[in-house]
Ligand binder design. Structure first.
Ligand code: ZN
Length: 449
C-alpha cells in the first residue's frame, strides 16, 4: 500500500530534491542574516557573505553550534535570546529543554514551525500505514517537549484520532473502551504495558492494536524484536527533538526517512571537521531549511545534536520515497570507552535482549563501570531483572551476553580475554535494580570510574 502525505515532495527524484535543498539553504541563510542576531553578528565578524553560502558543502563555512552555544547566547549570559529569529508578537510557544546539564535551552516556535514539525510526523504516520479511522494513544509527555503535541497536530492533518494519555501508565480499561489501533511510547513503556495487560487478563496479541511507534530513546534491534513478539504487531521507529528533526521509519523498516526538504542532516567525523561517507558512523549535525518566504522562531544552522548515526541510503526506498534513510541514532552521551574502545548503551541492551534470554528476563537492566585503567583493570557489572530469580538460567544468559557484547568489538574482546576488562553479572528479582530507587528516567549505564 503506497500513499503519501505530500507525494510530490516525498517522491521527488534526487536531482530535483537536491536543487530544492539548495534553494532553501540560500533562502535560510538570507533569513538568518536578516533575522538572527547570532548569525548576523557572526557573519559580519567573520566576513562571510551570505551569498557565499549556496550549497550544503558551503555550510562548513559556518560554525557548528551546540546546546552549549544556545545557553551562552541567552539570558543571563546575554541581554537577549540571540537565536530568536522573529519578533515576539509572532512567537506562538516557548519551550525549554534541559538535557543533562540542568540549564535549559530556550526555543521559540511560531505557528508555521508547528505546522512544519507536524507535517514531518504526518508523513511518517502515513508511511507507517496509519489512516483515517485509526486511534492512537500517545504515551509521550505533553508540555515543554514538543513531541506529543506535534504528533497530535499531525494526527489532525491526516484524520487520525488521538488519545492523549501523556504516559503509559493509563488504566487498562482505555484499551477495552476505546480499542486504540496504535500506541506511541518508548520500548520499555510498551513492554510494561503489555505485562500489565497480561496481568489483567488481556492478551496484547488479541488487543485492538495494529502497530506501535517507538521513540524517545534509541534501542537495540533485539529489543524491538521482543516488543513485536510481545504484541504480535510491527513496531516503527521515530526520532525527533525540539530542534526539529522528526524522522520516521516507513513500513518497510529500512532506516528512518529524513524529511530532506525541511531539515538538512549532515554526518560529521568525531572532530566535527568534515563529513563522513555514507555508510560510516558519525555525528548528526542539523540545519533547519525554510521554504522560500516562510519564517521561523529559532533558527539553527549546523546544530550538533550529540547523536550519532549512519546514512543507510540516498536511493529510492521500496516504499517509493526518495528521502535519505539513516540508522537508529544513538546518543553520544551514552557512549563509554574502555581501553580505547567505544561501546554504547544500545550494545549492552542488545546483549541483554538475546532471544533465549527473554524466557527468563523482564528486559530491565543496568550496568556499572568500576576500576582504573591506569591500574590495569576495568570491570562492568551488569544487573538483569529476572521474572523468577530461582528459575533463571544464569549460565545461558551470561554466555549469550558475553558472545553478543564482544562479537564485533575486537579491542574489547582482547581486553576481556587478557583480563584487563572484566564482566560480572548480577541477577535480581522484580524491582531489585538500583534505578528503581531513583526518580526519573532510568540511567542504564553508570560510569563509576
Ligand atoms: Zn521507505
Amino acid at each position: 500500500m503506497n500513499s503519501y502525505f505530500n507525494e510530490e515532495i516525498e517522491t521527488m527524484e534526487r536531482d530535483g530534491l537536491d536543487s530544492l535543498v539548495e534553494e532553501r539553504i540560500k533562502y535560510t541563510i538570507k533569513y538568518a542574516y536578516e533575522n538572527s542576531p547570532f548569525y548576523r553578528k557572526w557573519m559580519d565578524e567573520n566576513q562571510i557573505k551570505r551569498s557565499d553560502i549556496k550549497s550544503h558543502e558551503d555550510l562548513r563555512e559556518l560554525p557548528i553550534i551546540s546546546g552549549k552555544t544556545i545557553r551562552e547566547k541567552q539570558p543571563p549570559e546575554t541581554s537577549d535570546f540571540e537565536f530568536r529569529s522573529i519578533d515576539w508578537d509572532k512567537v506562538f510557544t516557548v519551550h525549554e529543554t534541559s538535557g543533562t546539564s540542568g540549564v535549559p535551552k530556550t526555543f521559540f516556535l511560531t505557528w508555521d514551525d508547528w505546522n512544519r514539525y507536524a507535517e514531518k510526523y504526518a508523513r511518517a504516520f502515513i508511511s507507517q500505514n496509519f489512516a483515517p479511522g485509526d486511534r492512537v494513544v500517545v504515551c509521550a509527555s505533553y508540555g515543554m517537549n514538543v513531541g506529543a503535541n506535534t504528533m497530535t497536530l499531525a494526527a489532525q492533518k491526516i484524520g487520525v484520532t488521538i488519545i492523549p494519555e501523556g504516559k503509559c501508565t493509563f488504566p487498562v480499561r482505555i484499551m477495552k473502551n476505546y480499542k486504540p489501533t496504535g500506541i506511541v511510547g518508548s520500548i520499555f513503556k510498551l513492554i510494561h504495558l503489555a505485562k500489565r495487560m497480561e496481568a489483567e487478563g488481556i492478551s496484547p496479541h488479541e488487543s485492538s492494536i495494529q502497530r506501535l511507534i517507538a521513540g524517545g530513546e534509541s534501542f537495540a534491534e533485539e529489543s524491538r524484536d521482543y516488543v513485536e513478539e510481545l504484541w504480535g504487531v510491527d513496531v516503527y521507529n521515530t526520532y525527533g527533538s525540539t530542534e526539529g528533526t522528526m524522522c520516521g521509519e516507513c513500513y518497510k523498516k529500512l532506516g528512518l526517512h529524513v524529511p530532506e526538504d525541511l531539515v538538512h542532516l549532515d554526518v560529521y567525523d568525531p572532530q566535527l571537521k568534515n563529513f563522513v561517507d555514507d555508510g560510516e558512523c558519525g555525528r548528526i549535525v542539523l540545519t533547519t531549511l525554510l521554504p522560500v518566504g516562510e519564517r521561523t522562531g529559532t533558527l539553527l544552522l549546523n546544530y550538533d545534536t550529540e547523536d550519532t548515526t549512519v546514512v543507510v541510503s540516498r536511493d529510492k526506498c521500496p516504499c517509493g520515497r526518495t528521502h535519505m534513510r539513516i540508522m537508529n541514532p544513538e546518543r553520544e552521551a551514552e557512549t563509554f570507552w574502555i581501553a580505547g574502545n567505544p561501546f554504547n548503551r544500545v550494545d549492552v541492551e542488545q546483549a541483554v535482549f538475546q532471544g533465549e534470554n527473554m524466557d527468563y528476563l523482564t528486559g530491565e537492566y543496568e550496568a556499572f563501570l568500576y576500576g582504573d585503567e591506569d591500574e590495569g583493570e576495568v570491570t562492568m557489572r551488569v544487573s538483569m531483572e529476572c521474572f523468577h530469580p530461582d528459575k533463571c538460567d544464569h549460565e545461558l544468559i551470561k554466555d549469550n551476553f558475553i558472545d553478543t557484547f564482544l562479537k564485533y568489538k575486537q579491542g574489547l574482546a582482547e581486553a576481556y580475554y587478557d583480563g584487563t576488562f572484566n564482566l560480572i553479572f548480577n541477577f535480581t528479582g522484580p524491582g531489585g535494580l538500583e534505578f528503581y530507587r531513583i526518580k526519573g528516567r532510568p540511567r542504564r549505564i553508570v560510569d563509576r570510574r
